[in-house]
Design a protein. Structure first.
Ligand code: BGC
Length: 762
């Protein structure tokens, strides 16, 4: 009897213990994953690999569809004939692993409750496009866009933005940011330039790394969220600058230009990666074994999980036409390395069939599921699947976050031109100012990937009124979309200018997602030219003709060609999309409360024909200049003015010769020669003077942000390890080649802004 009792207790204990392995947080993640995997049916595994759209998003979308607003097929035909209740049932059955486009804690909790009712109680992972703040959700802090962060050259600040973004994300249950976009933007026609950190592989790498670290930290705290580096790869130099269009790019250029930011983020332990819409050299990225297996898994030894981009598995069949049907597209993608499908209803059925037919092995499925479950365990979702719905009010748009957004705007706005010290202006000098242009009083200042937020946004007009309360600002409304500008409004502005003593024109592009089909800049908004849209140029010319001093402010994502304005308008500010505090920061710069310090993270081409115009071009690119137009860019990479002047001098090197595994110290003196305090971004470039394979005329290798009082001089020392000189030689070996190199230090990538010295690598 006693023995029987012991046996029964033993059996009960062991079954209790075995039931608890994957639920027991004190057991290592790896073991929990294996335990859970063993318990899962094939259906449950396949479901973990699938993502769905949030239910509220679907409902709104369907309502729009009912209204007949069905222009964009991809946007509006989600899940036909599938009632919302069906998706809820699938969630309860544990065959949905993740959701996107969920924007409230209430909805996230609702879905999570359904998932917790499933047989194994595997929590959902919510992903969101928190690109510059968690700005797709209401009442969040919209930080300046990534291109502004690039222009700030401030890695610490970029880290802080990512950290605060993560804190705001978790208040709505989001633990996975589809950020950072670490694509190297090389074509200004492409609509997504504004969500990148610009054109330089090194700068993009530095900023991407900070975002990954800021979002994730060690992935062991409640506010740590997964980063998703995207889009792998080369979609930022697509044919004709069009999103999704093919990229025909050599392996050398992939490795030298487009891969480095991904590799740096992977070294910083980025947990997930999103694949690019486009094909590379004929093979869609989503079926590209070379990219997903050879590079990511074998060469870089990356353990994270790969998510497809939006419906891009379907696009293998429908767009690239490298699969004759959707099922075959899924087969190709999974076998090539995709772990999660963004998003849709056909996955479950088709992938089950593919496994049953032996076209995909269950071990391949297990591989993906392991990777996905690992992140869910790491994030602690099994222990804490729900979100405190009251948290949002405490955390989001806190004063601290708004201050960060303001600082980021101040540091990310570039002063392009300032003839005869037009700027800063004195409040005492200009009593009545005309403010006009499509972006003068528009929330468009928030940029792509954000919701408009009513009163909370500091538009330029609002900012001006706040900073100069005793000035009379006459606002000449031009609407907020340059596509629909009206002649009569321009004429009215010209009339009003007569009674004013200064004109401020805020021009640029139109980016709100809420007006999807009318935008001019942002995702899928590629242009065949980069001129000012609509009647904006006319507005600028006519106001200039009034003879009143005129200031031009630009709000946009992509670089804009403003050749006429550059020649005629005395002061130009490129603000890109400076976010919720953007208007205030612009006004502070106009009135000199803030001394601008940002430098262009991307070249501004003179005209569309110059594209691709990048600073790190190859030497022969400049051999024959264009015949009828100037060959130089309108504004070069790394360029930006301050209200004070800086001088770099006395470059000295620690040695004239280094070993291929050595390092070099380069020292310069930086002096503030002007009469106010300011911050300079000192840039260090190198050039391999003669090489077996042609090398860029310059490559950024380091930079420093340095603040100086008037008259102050600081001695700055850069350390250049020789490995930063390496490149792929003729045999595609990563090598530091012996020979002469030039080191260039200064205030922009333009030759006239750099002081130089040469050295030898032995
Ligand atoms: C974009 C991705 C984004 C996804 C989800 C796609 O269209 O390319 O960057 O993360 O949509 O919104």
């Amino acid at each position: 009897m006693k023995k029987l009792l012991i046996l029964i207790i033993g059996l009960m204990l062991s079954s209790l213990l075995s039931a608890q392995i994957y639920k027991n947080p004190s057991i290592p993640v790896k073991d929990r994953v294996e335990d859970l995997l063993k318990r899962m049916t094939l259906d449950e595994k396949i479901g973990q690999m699938n993502q769905f759209l949030g239910l509220e998003y679907l409902k709104t979308n369907r309502a729009n569809l009912d209204k007949g607003d069905a222009k964009n097929k991809n946007e509006n035909v989600f899940y036909p004939h599938t009632p919302i209740a069906q998706i809820e049932t699938w969630t309860k059955q544990g065959i949905i692993g993740s959701y996107l486009m969920v924007f409230t804690a209430e909805e996230a909790n609702h879905l999570q409750r359904l998932a917790m009712q499933s047989r194994l109680g595997i929590p959902l992972l919510f992903g969101i496009d928190a690109i510059h703040g968690n700005a797709m959700c209401d009442n969040m802090t919209t930080y300046p866009s990534n291109i502004n962060a690039g222009c700030s050259f401030d890695p610490e600040l970029t880290y802080r933005i990512a950290r605060e973004t993560a804190e705001e994300m978790v208040t709505v249950g989001m633990r996975w940011a589809f950020n950072p976009n670490v694509e190297v933007a090389r074509d200004a026609r492409w609509g997504r330039v504004g969500e990148t950190f610009g054109e330089d592989p090194y700068l993009v790498s530095v900023m991407g790394e900070q975002i990954v670290k800021g979002l994730q930290r060690n992935l062991d705290q409640p506010t740590d969220v997964l980063a998703c580096i995207k889009h792998f790869v080369a979609g930022s130099q697509p044919l004709n600058g069009k999103n999704v269009s093919p990229a025909d790019i050599s392996e050398r250029t992939l490795r030298e230009v487009f891969f480095p930011p991904f590799k740096t983020s992977i070294d910083a332990r980025a947990a997930t990666l999103m694949v690019a819409h486009n094909e590379v050299n004929g093979i869609p990225c989503h079926t590209n074994k070379w990219l997903m297996q050879d590079i990511l898994r074998k060469e870089w030894k990356w353990p994270g999980f790969i998510v497809s981009d939006w419906m891009d598995l379907e696009h293998i069949w429908e767009v690239h036409k490298t699969a004759p049907n959707m099922k075959e597209a899924f087969r190709q993608a999974i076998n090539a390395g995709i772990d999660m499908h963004m998003q849709g209803i056909h996955w479950q059925e088709m992938v089950s069939q593919l496994v049953e037919e032996g076209k995909i092995s269950e071990e391949r499925i297990n591989q993906s599921v392991r990777r996905i479950l690992t992140t869910k365990f790491q994030l602690g979702l099994f222990e804490k699947p729900y979100t405190d719905e009251k948290l949002r009010k405490k955390i989001c748009q806190s004063q601290q976050h708004l201050n960060t957004a303001l600082q980021a705007a101040r540091e990310g706005i570039v002063l392009l031109k300032n003839q005869n010290q037009t700027l800063p202006i004195q409040e005492s000098k200009y009593k009545k100012i005309l403010v006009t242009g499509v972006n003068a009083n528009s929330q468009n200042i928030l940029g792509d990937w954000s919701n408009w937020m009513g009163d909370k946004t500091s538009t330029v007009l609002k900012g001006l009124k706040e900073i100069a309360p005793n000035t009379q600002f006459l606002f000449a409304d031009q609407g907020n979309n340059p596509r629909y500008m009206k002649q009569e409004n321009i004429d009215k502005a010209v009339e009003m200018a007569k009674e004013c003593d200064l004109n401020i024109i805020v021009a640029g592009e139109y980016m709100p997602r809420s007006d999807w089909n009318n935008r001019t800049d942002g995702e899928n908004l590629d242009r065949s030219d980069i001129n000012l849209v609509g009647l904006q140029e006319q507005l600028i010319q006519k106001l200039h003709a009034t003879g009143k001093p005129t200031i031009l402010v630009l709000i946009n994502g992509r670089p804009l060609s403003t050749e006429w304005a550059t020649e005629h308008i005395p002061a130009i500010i490129e603000a890109f999309a400076p976010g919720i505090q953007g208007g205030k920061a612009i006004a502070e710069i106009i009135y000199g409360k803030v001394n601008p310090s940002a430098k262009l993270a991307i070249t501004i081409p003179r005209n569309t024909g110059q594209i691709v115009k990048v600073y790190n071009e190859k030497p022969a690119a400049a051999f024959h200049p264009f015949t009828l137009t100037q060959d130089t860019p309108l504004y070069p990479f790394g360029y930006g003015l301050s209200y004070t002047q800086f001088k770099c001098s006395d470059i000295t090197l620690s040695s004239r010769e280094i070993n291929a595994n050595g390092e070099l110290q380069a020292t310069i003196n930086l002096t503030n020669t002007g009469d106010r305090e300011g911050t300079e971004i000192v840039q260090l470039y190198i050039r391999d003077c003669y090489s077996n394979v042609s090398r860029p005329v310059k490559e950024l290798k380091d930079f420093m942000r340095v603040s100086l009082q008037p008259g102050e001089t600081k001695t700055l020392t850069f350390t250049l390890p020789a490995h930063k000189l390496a490149y792929y030689n003729e045999d595609m070996e990563w090598t530091v080649e012996p020979g002469e190199f030039e080191i260039m230090i200064g205030s922009s990538s333009a030759d006239e802004d750099l002081i130089k010295k040469t050295f030898l690598v032995k």
